[in-house]
Write a protein that binds this ligand. Structure first.
Ligand SMILES: [Zn+2]
Length: 461
């Protein structure tokens, strides 16, 4: 195997970094378990979250490690954000790690095999709400900084770690607030955040999807009007539910068009066997791929189209009245080149000749970072080293949205990358569901990957 190299780090130094990462494995597992035990459930209510517990714990953890540049800032009581910086010779932030300490509610406790905040270690996995999204990854990022600090690796630029509050409810107390009040903290030459990092095996080759963009998310409400009447003589009225039903039918038969993605997506041809710009073959190839590798087919399917999904329907008030109002709420996810207007245009076409009004509200506009060849080689080299095997990359999208958009807004290139050891599956983590878990080998792998990335990047800057 030919050694891929980035920057001018020596192999011996890279190996020293990886060894130090392995040495920290038990500590990383213990810290992950401790953080899961802090209940930082974010219900969306400003008084929930209580991320300060995690921020303070990490601050003292880092102080014991000799970190001096630690900042706790909060928009509201109990919603602290922690910012820790490993100083380099320049004031520029060379690499930024974004994370969040809040978690979504545990939901039905009966659906859990183990209590959600006990952080039980079982069968090579830590179980608990938030362990995969994203307390384990947060710890991996933090330990990457610790490894570099413990080895006293000289840094030209600074490395920063942000553990933010409130990601799960939109970031008004977390990264969104930092973006407004402390934007300089989010500026960096390169940033890593959560978002994906599944590895797929195709013809004996390993391919990592590297998410460097996020789909936009919109909520569309369509209000259908009819004429009320007694249901005993329904012809005297005009059912609003009828209009809504016709709309839902049109959505099903005219889904948004597939859009070929330019540039790096050409690399997908190795994975799926056709050029992704050839739409007819793409659909064909995806159906075929779906038979053997459903997760990959789904990922590519979501990467190549806008989706509009009706999720809530409300109509009628009385069982004996023809309804005069019916609303349909849709979840809309757009590709990076599409915004709110793309959603509006599509919906307008679907309601032609129907008595309906459309309202589209923006949850998050799409954002993107270019997977330049420099960034691609950095990630590839760090992955090869962390895994001890040669892998390939293809750029992909995150179908959800994260805090990355706030940093991208400021011009910071953000890669949403949390790589998995090949063979582990993101689906098994059950993010946001019951029995959420994370494999300890993924934790170790991420410490290795992030630490290697810092080492390589610093040697090149
Ligand atoms: Zn998350």
């Amino acid at each position: 195997v030919k050694q891929r190299m980035f920057g001018n780090i020596s192999l011996a130094k890279l190996e020293r970094i990886l060894r130090e990462a392995d040495r920290a494995h038990q500590e990383a597992i213990e810290l992950t378990r401790t953080l899961v035990q802090f209940d930082t459930t974010n219900t969306g209510d400003p008084s929930s979250g209580n991320e300060t517990q995690v921020a303070r714990y990490l601050a003292s953890y880092l102080r014991r490690e000799g970190f001096s540049d630690i900042l706790l800032v909060a928009r509201a009581r109990n919603r602290d954000n922690l910012i820790a910086t490993l100083r380099g010779r320049s004031r520029t932030c060379g690499m930024l790690f974004l994370s969040h300490s809040d978690v979504v509610p545990a939901g039905d406790s009966k659906a859990w095999k183990v209590p959600p905040f006990q952080a039980r270690l079982q069968g090579g996995r830590v179980f608990g709400r938030g362990v995969a999204d994203m307390k384990g990854t947060l710890v991996a990022q933090l330990f990457a900084l610790l490894v570099i600090n413990r080895l006293k690796i000289p840094l030209k630029h600074s490395i920063r770690f942000i553990c933010a509050a409130d990601e799960e409810a939109g970031g008004r107390f977390g990264t969104g607030w930092l973006r407004a009040r402390h934007p300089s903290l989010l500026k960096a030459l390169l940033a890593f955040n959560e978002g994906g990092g599944e590895c797929y095996k195709v013809d004996e080759h390993l391919y990592y999807g590297v998410p460097c963009a996020e789909k936009g998310r919109y909520e569309a409400t369509l209000l259908f009007r009819g004429t009320g009447a007694h249901a005993a003589m329904p012809w005297r009225g005009n059912s609003a539910i009828g209009g809504a039903a016709e709309f839902v039918r049109r959505l099903a038969i005219n889904p948004p068009k597939t859009t070929p993605l330019a540039g790096g997506f050409a690399g997908l041809r190795h994975v799926i066997g056709v050029f992704p710009s050839d739409l007819k073959s793409l659909e064909h190839a995806l159906s075929r791929l779906g038979l053997t590798n459903e997760p990959l087919a789904s990922e590519i399917r979501a990467n190549t189209r806008m989706t509009i999904t009706p999720t809530i329907i409300r109509g009628g008030t009385k069982s004996n009245s023809v309804p005069d109002l019916c609303s349909v709420i849709c979840d809309a996810r757009t590709l990076p080149h599409q915004g709110r207007s793309a959603v509006l245009n599509y919906l307008r076409m679907q309601i032609a000749n129907l008595p309906a009004q459309i309202k589209v509200s923006t949850t998050a506009d799409p954002t993107a970072t270019k997977l330049s060849s420099q960034r691609s080689i950095l990630i590839n080299t760090a992955l090869d080293a962390a895994l001890g095997e040669r892998v390939h990359l293809f750029p992909t999208l995150t179908v959800g949205y994260t805090d990355s958009r706030f940093a991208r807004d400021l011009g910071t290139p953000v890669i949403n990358f949390t790589p998995y050891v090949p063979g582990s599956s993101e689906g098994q983590e059950n993010i946001h569901g019951p029995n959420e878990s994370m494999r300890t080998q993924d934790l170790n792998f991420r410490v290795r990957f992030y630490a290697a990335a810092i080492g390589l990047w610093c040697s090149a800057l």
